[in-house]
Design a protein around this ligand. Structure first.
Ligand SMILES: [Zn+2]
Length: 81
């Protein structure tokens, strides 16, 4: 089933939290699963496509049911081009 056009809102988090998260993601000593836990905790979820850091929330209205997915910039571009 083709998804309808989503309503998109940016994920807004405080800058200090964002900097903290970026530092964690750049840390070569942390494992991928630990990084994913930080992303989920701070961003409230992960990119639906690459499990990376999401920046946007897309809401799809599917016949009265709202499907909510998060995407990073890159995957959002890909899925909407
Ligand atoms: Zn992504």
């Amino acid at each position: 089933m083709q998804k309808p056009k989503p309503k998109v809102t940016p994920i807004v988090i405080p800058d200090d939290k964002l900097q903290f998260l970026k530092k964690k993601l750049d840390d070569p000593d942390l494992s991928q699963s630990v990084k994913r836990d930080f992303v989920k905790e701070i961003m409230g979820g992960e990119c639906a496509m690459c499990q990376g850091m999401p920046t946007k929330i897309a809401r799809y209205d599917m016949d009265g049911i709202t499907l909510i997915e998060k995407y990073c910039d890159e995957c959002f571009e890909k899925s909407n081009s």
